[in-house]
Design a protein around this ligand. Structure first.
Ligand code: AMP
Length: 457
C-alpha cells in the first residue's frame, strides 16, 4: 500500500511527501479508504500509530469539495481530552494542509481567554479542534453554528470517558447534524466505548491495529497464484511433501470441501482429516486430540471449527480458499507461530481473488509476497488493470520486516503483485475549476499558492 493508492488530494499528497512518510501506517491504510467512502469508523489505535493523520488527511480531503450549506461554522470538529493533544491535532492539520489554501483551523481550549476565542469563532472556521468543557460553554452562549458540520472526530475517546467528559461529548454531538460522519479513536474498544459508539456512530467499520500487528510478526506470509482447482491440488500436494512442514491446517471455504479435500489427501498418502461444524462432538474431539498429540499431520478445516486451536506443532497454515472476511485471515494464520515459534502462512489466490486479497492486506497493513514453485508456475499472471490486479515477477521467499515505516521489504512485495486501486476514479468533479482557498488558524497561517481545487470564501 502506498499513499498514492489512497486517492488523496494531490496537494495533501505533496505535504505527506514533505513530511518524509514513505508508506501509510496500518491504521491509515485501513481508515482512509473507509473514510473517503463516507463510512463511520471506530478504531483501536494508540498514540504513535499515526492515528492523527488517519483522520486528518481525509478531513482535509473532504474540505476540497465546497460545502452546500451557507454558514461560517466548522465543517470538521475534533474533540480531544487534553489541551496538549488538541494542539498536536491542530499542528497536524497545519502540516498536512500546508499546500492547501483558505482552510482555517481554530483551537478552542480550556484555560485560554474567552475574548480571543469569541473573536476566532465569529470568523469562518473549517476545522475546529476543542476540549469538550470549553466548547460546551461556547455552544451554550450560542457562539457556534454547526449547520455545515460534516465530520465529528472523537480522539482518545477512552480518555474522555475516564476524565468524565462523555456527557459533554454527547451533548456536543447532539448539537451537530445527524447526517455527519463520525469517527471514534480509542486505545481500547471495550463495552463502555461500544455503548458510546452505538449512540453516536452509524454502522461503523471497526478497525483494530495493535494486537494484530503484534501477532503476525513471527509469521511469514506467502502467496501463490493459482489457475484452477487442479493447479491448487498439485501445489498443495507439493507443499505438504516439504519435510519442514511438521503439521498444517488447510482452510477451505465450505464443510463439504473440507471433507472432500481431506479424503483426496488421504488417498494421496497424506495423514489428513477434516474438522468442521457438521461433525459430532466426539469425532471433533478425537481429531483435535490426534492433532495435539502429533498423530495427525494435516487438518483440513473451516473457519469456525478451527477458531482457538492452539497447537504448538503447527508450522504451516494453508489457505486453500481465501477467507471472505479479512478478520478471519488473521484468525486463520494465527493458528501457526504459537508459543513464540515461527510459522508460515500460504494463501492460494486466483484471478477472482484480487479484491479479497487487497482487503486482507489493508486489514493487516502488510503485503503478502508472491512465490512460485518451479514446475508449478501459474499460467495466470496478474497484470495492471486486469481483474483488479496488477503485477510483476513473483518473488522468492523472504521474511517480512517487523515495522511499518521505511519498510523496503514490504515495498518490494508491493511491486510483486501490484496495485488494485488503479481503477478508482478521482473523487473531484467539475468543482476543481472554480475553487480556491487557504489554510489559516489562530496559530497557523499559510501563505501557499491559491489552489484551483478550493472555493473562494
Ligand atoms: P500519532 O499516532 O498520530 O500521534 O503519530 C505518531 C507519529 O507518527 C507522528 O510523529 C507522525 O508524524 C508520525 N507519522 C504519522 N504517519 C506516518 C507515516 N505514514 N510514516 C511515518 N511516520 C508517520
Amino acid at each position: 500500500m502506498s499513499f498514492e493508492n489512497l486517492n488523496l488530494h494531490p496537494l495533501i499528497l505533496k505535504a505527506i511527501i514533505d513530511s518524509g512518510y514513505t508508506a501509510p501506517t496500518p491504521v491509515q491504510a485501513q481508515a482512509i479508504p473507509e473514510l473517503i467512502a463516507g463510512h463511520d469508523i471506530m478504531a483501536s489505535a494508540q498514540t504513535g500509530t499515526g492515528k492523527t493523520a488517519a483522520f486528518m488527511l481525509p478531513a482535509l480531503h473532504r474540505l476540497a469539495t465546497p460545502s452546500q450549506v451557507h454558514s461560517r461554522g466548522p465543517r470538521v470538529l475534533v474533540l480531544t481530552p487534553t489541551r496538549e493533544l488538541a494542539l498536536q491535532v491542530s499542528e497536524a492539520a497545519a502540516k498536512y494542509g500546508k499546500h492547501l489554501s483558505r482552510v482555517k483551523v481554530v483551537s478552542i481550549l480550556g484555560g485560554m481567554p474567552y475574548p480571543l476565542q469569541n473573536k476566532l469563532l465569529s470568523q469562518p472556521v473549517d476545522i475546529l479542534v476543542a476540549t469538550p468543557g470549553r466548547l460546551i460553554d461556547h455552544i451554550q452562549r450560542g457562539r457556534i453554528d454547526f449547520s455545515r458540520l460534516e465530520m465529528l472526530v472523537l480522539d482518545e475517546a477512552d480518555r474522555m470517558l475516564d476524565m468524565g467528559f462523555i456527557d459533554d461529548v454527547e451533548r456536543i454531538a447532539s448539537a451537530t447534524p445527524a447526517a455527519r460522519q463520525t469517527l471514534l479513536f480509542s486505545a481500547t474498544l471495550d463495552s463502555a466505548i461500544d455503548k458510546i459508539a452505538t449512540r453516536l456512530l452509524k454502522s461503523p467499520k471497526r478497525i483494530r491495529i495493535a494486537t494484530q500487528q503484534a501477532r503476525l510478526d513471527n509469521i511469514e506470509q506467502r502467496l501463490h497464484y493459482v489457475d484452477d482447482i487442479s493447479h491448487k491440488n498439485r501445489l498443495l500436494d507439493h507443499l505438504l511433501r516439504d519435510m519442514a512442514l511438521k503439521q498444517a491446517i488447510v482452510f477451505t471455504a465450505t464443510k463439504r470441501d473440507a471433507d472432500t479435500l481431506a479424503d483426496n489427501l488421504s488417498a494421496q498418502g497424506h495423514e489428513a482429516a477434516a474438522l468442521h461444524g457438521d461433525m459430532n462432538q466426539r469425532d471433533r474431539t478425537r481429531t483435535l486430540t490426534k492433532l495435539r498429540h502429533g498423530d495427525l499431520r494435516v487438518l483440513v478445516a473451516t473457519d469456525v471449527a478451527a477458531r482457538g486451536i492452539d497447537v504448538v506443532g503447527i508450522t504451516h497454515v494453508i489457505n486453500f480458499d481465501l477467507p471472505k472476511f479479512a478478520e478471519d485471515y488473521v484468525h486463520r494464520i494465527g493458528r501457526t507461530g504459537r508459543a513464540g515459534a515461527s510459522g508460515i502462512a500460504v494463501s492460494f489466490a486466483s484471478g477472482k481473488d484480487g479484491i479479497n486479497l487487497k482487503r486482507i492486506e489493508r486489514f493487516t497493513g502488510q503485503r503478502i509476497a508472491s512465490h512460485v514453485v518451479p514446475g508449478l508456475e501459474p499460467r495466470f499472471k496478474p497484470r495492471p488493470g486486469v481483474g483488479g490486479m496488477s503485477g510483476g515477477a513473483p518473488s522468492v521467499a523472504h521474511k517480512r520486516s517487523r515495522t511499518w515505516s521505511n519498510d523496503s521489504s514490504a515495498r518490494g512485495a508491493d511491486s510483486a503483485h501490484g496495485n488494485w486501486d488503479n481503477s478508482r476514479s478521482r473523487p473531484f468533479g467539475d468543482n476543481r475549476q472554480n475553487t480556491r482557498g487557504n489554510v489559516a488558524g489562530n496559530t497557523f497561517r499559510n501563505s501557499s499558492v491559491p489552489s484551483p481545487y478550493f472555493r473562494s470564501k
